[in-house]
Design a protein around this ligand. Structure first.
Ligand code: GZL
Length: 310
C-alpha cells in the first residue's frame, strides 16, 4: 500500500450515483450510535452517493483495516468515527498518498494527526461537559459542604470522554465543594454502565455520593437498573446528570430518576454529505463543523412535550 499513483480522475459531477463513500463507523454500542449511522446512510442516499458501510465493532484495528480496504477500492471519500484519538497517522498517510479525502464523523483525533484530515462534523464534547457542570452548580447553589461526585466515562482515550470530563472539570473549577471521588469507564454501553456501578458500590458507599455524571444515556440506563436493586432513589438521593438526550433518557428525566440530560446531536449526516459535495467539487469548506446541543433538566417546564428521534 501507499505510493499509489495520484488520482487523475476528472472532477465528478455534484452528486452523481458514481460517487462512492467509504464509511467506517466505530461500532454499535449505543442507541445514539445507531441513530448516527442511520443519519449518515440516509443523507448519503438522499445525495445519491453509494456507501460502503463497515461496523468497526469498537476496534481501532478493525477501523484501520476498513480504511485500508476503502483505499484499495479507490473510493471518492472516506468518512470515519474514530474510536480513540491516536494511532491513525499511518493509514491516514496512505489515504493522503492515494489522493482520497478523509472526513471525521462525530469524534476527533489528536491535533498532531489532524493534518491528514480534510474536515470534520461533530458536536462540542467540552461544551457538553461544561453544560453538565453548569447544571450541577445550579442544583447545588445553596449546598454547604463537599459535593462528592462519581464520573462514568465512555470509551477510554476517546475524544468525547476526554472532552466531556475536561469541560466538566473546567465548569466546576474554583469551587472547592465539588470533588470527584471515583471515575470508571463504561464504554457507552447499558451493560457496562450497570457493571461498573455495581463494582464501584463494593468499594464506595453510594449513600455518601451526591452526584453521578454519566457520559451517555445508555450507561445511565444501566446505572438506574442497578440503583433500583438498592434503597437509593436515583434523582433524589443521588443527582444524576447524563448526556445524549435519547428518548429513554428524557423519559427517565420525566420520571424524576435523572436530573439533567445534555443533548449530543447525532444527526451529522446532512452536514457530512454537504461537506463531501464541497470537497469533491473543489469548493471552499471549513476545517470543522459543529452541531448545536440543547440542555434538558428538571428545571424545564416543557418536558412533557419533548419527542426525540432516537
Ligand atoms: C458522542 C458520541 C458518543 C455518545 C454515545 O459524540 O461519540 O458515543 O455520547 C456514543 O452514546 O456511544
Amino acid at each position: 500500500l501507499g505510493g499509489c499513483a495520484p488520482r487523475q480522475k476528472a472532477a465528478p459531477a455534484k452528486s452523481a450515483p458514481s460517487i462512492v463513500i467509504g464509511f467506517s463507523q466505530l461500532g454499535q454500542e449505543s442507541s445514539w450510535r445507531q441513530r448516527n449511522t442511520d443519519s449518515v446512510l440516509t443523507a448519503a442516499a438522499d445525495a445519491r452517493y453509494r456507501v460502503l458501510y463497515r461496523n468497526g465493532d469498537s476496534s481501532q484495528e478493525q477501523q484501520i483495516k476498513q480504511i485500508r480496504s476503502f483505499i484499495i477500492s479507490r473510493v471518492d471519500a472516506i468518512v470515519f468515527a474514530p474510536i480513540v484519538e491516536t494511532g491513525w497517522t499511518a493509514v491516514l498517510k496512505e489515504a493522503r498518498a492515494a489522493g482520497i479525502p478523509v472526513i471525521l464523523d462525530d469524534r476527533n483525533i489528536a491535533p498532531a494527526e489532524r493534518k491528514y484530515i480534510t474536515s470534520a462534523v461533530f458536536t462540542d464534547a467540552v461544551g457538553e461537559g461544561q453544560k453538565a457542570a453548569a447544571f450541577v452548580k445550579k442544583k447545588f447553589t445553596n449546598h454547604q459542604g463537599p459535593v462528592r461526585m462519581v464520573q462514568i466515562y465512555g470509551n477510554k482515550d476517546s475524544s468525547v470522554s476526554v472532552g466531556r470530563s475536561r469541560g466538566f472539570t473546567e465548569g466546576l473549577a474554583g469551587d472547592g465543594r465539588f470533588q470527584t471521588v471515583a471515575t470508571e469507564y463504561g464504554d457507552f454501553m447499558i451493560s457496562k454502565g450497570e457493571e461498573v456501578i455495581r463494582q464501584l458500590a463494593q468499594k464506595v458507599d453510594l449513600h455518601t455520593i451526591d452526584v453521578i455524571f454519566s457520559h451517555n444515556d445508555d450507561m445511565t440506563l444501566g446505572i438506574l437498573k442497578y440503583l433500583k436493586t438498592t434503597d437509593i432513589k436515583p434523582g433524589k438521593d443521588i443527582v444524576i446528570v447524563s448526556i445524549d438526550a435519547t428518548q429513554e433518557g428524557i423519559d427517565a428525566l420525566r420520571r424524576g430518576e435523572i436530573n439533567a440530560d445534555i443533548e449530543c446531536n447525532p444527526e451529522t449526516g446532512p452536514k457530512l454529505m454537504n461537506l463531501i459535495n464541497l470537497v469533491l467539487n473543489q469548493q471552499s469548506f471549513a476545517s470543522s463543523y459543529y452541531l448545536e446541543d440543547q440542555v434538558f433538566s428538571e428545571f424545564d417546564t416543557h418536558l412533557a412535550t419533548v419527542k426525540r428521534r432516537y
